[in-house]
Design a protein around this ligand. Structure first.
Ligand SMILES: Cc1cc2nc3c(=O)[nH]c(=O)nc-3n(C[C@H](O)[C@H](O)[C@H](O)COP(=O)(O)O)c2cc1C
Length: 335
């Protein structure tokens, strides 16, 4: 299998893995309004290797790796690669999960989560806590790489309780991951305070000094395509990963800013609700969908009033009905 990371044109733009956000539905929504070649890599939500290896738990856990045919078509048409992100602490389970994912024939790569700060995961030697166990982290990367032909990458932070960028990243570079995405915060910082891009820049300098082939993507507080290009220029990263920035503007993966009308917002929200309903039906909590509404019902007069209505709507049909009503009231006056 190709190492797609080396064949991508730089700078690389990626949509971050986000739990309960970047399922096949939201990835398709974002891809549908992205320009060809402007969104190069998308990631699944993080998926538990314990869950994938547990016979009873697997059917539920594997839903995180669902890829709709319509998403697959868009990935092809946009030249976008799809990477499955996994987490855990047992190298043997990474081996089995990597095999399982390769055999699904849906993914272009596998990413190992070494950054999630949540208590429920770091209480074990997993995610960001692997920063405290570099030998285990390295073993996990080696075992995963051995078990698949897909390129293996890592997403991490700049330290656990303190900033430890160079020491930690040099451990990772020893294992030659195809790419490392660095979120410019420690575990202790969670999502607070500014992302420390200077530390990301230090990791790039280290990689260059060591002459390693691994790509480095920076992550943290990027909110537009132009902003991403600026970070590449300033910090020398090979690319940028965008997480919450996409909530402010799902149209951000376009080389020129898109002028977003109310009609655009309505159209995209309708697509999101119907795709979500077709994909998940009652199999997923409807309240997860509700969290997306503020992305679309925003930036026009009376938006707060409508948003309130959408938050109170019970279920798909009510939300779609309200959307039609909003369309009738607003399209003419607000374009
Ligand atoms: C709701 C939510 C869910 C997240 N889930 C994941 C995840 O599954 N895997 C992961 O590596 N990072 C996850 N993250 C972290 C993001 O990928 C990203 O590193 C972080 O939001 C910082 O980037 P940003 O400033 O561009 O948002 C999540 C973040 C958010 C807000």
């Amino acid at each position: 299998m190709d190492n797609f990371w080396q064949t991508l044109r730089k700078p690389i733009l990626a949509l971050a893995p986000m739990e309960d956000v970047t399922d096949t539905v939201f990835r398709e929504v974002v891809l549908s309004v992205s320009e060809i070649d402007a969104l190069n890599v998308v990631f699944t939500e993080f998926t538990s290797t314990d869950g994938l290896c547990h016979e009873k738990g697997r059917p539920k856990v594997i839903e995180r790796l669902l890829v709709n045919t319509s998403e697959m078509q868009l990935l092809k048409s946009r030249n976008t690669k799809l990477v499955a992100q996994i987490w855990g602490s047992d190298p043997e389970k990474f081996r089995l999960s990597a095999k399982l994912i390769s055999e699904m024939n849906l993914f272009d790569g596998i990413d190992i989560n070494m950054g999630c700060p949540a208590k429920k995961v770091v209480k074990n030697k997993s995610c960001a806590n692997l920063i405290n166990y570099p030998e285990l982290a390295k073993e996990i990367i080696y075992v995963t790489t051995e078990s698949t032909d897909l390129p293996v990458s890592v997403k991490t932070r700049i330290g656990y309780s303190r900033i430890n960028t160079e020491e930690w990243i040099s451990h990772l570079l020893e294992t030659k991951p195809k790419s490392i995405t660095i979120h410019g915060r420690t575990r202790k910082m969670m999502s607070n305070g500014p992302a420390l891009w200077d530390e990301i820049g230090k990791a790039v300098a280290l990689r260059n000094q060591l002459g390693c082939q691994s790509l480095i993507l920076g992550n943290g507080e990027v909110t537009s395509y132009a902003d991403a290009l600026d970070r590449v220029q300033q910090y020398g990263v090979d690319g940028v990963m965008v997480g919450t920035g996409v909530f402010k503007n799902p149209w951000m993966f376009n080389t020129k800013p898109v002028e977003i009308t109310v009609s655009h917002r309505i159209e995209l929200m309708r697509k999101h609700i119907t795709l979500y309903q077709d994909t998940w039906g009652n199999g997923k909590d409807y309240n997860v969908l509700k969290r997306f509404f503020k992305i679309y019902i925003n930036g026009f007069s009376n938006a707060a009033h409508w948003r309130d209505g959408f938050m109170r709507a019970h279920g798909y049909e009510e939300a779609l009905l309200l959307l039609r009503e909003m369309e009738e009231v607003h399209t003419s006056e607000l374009i």
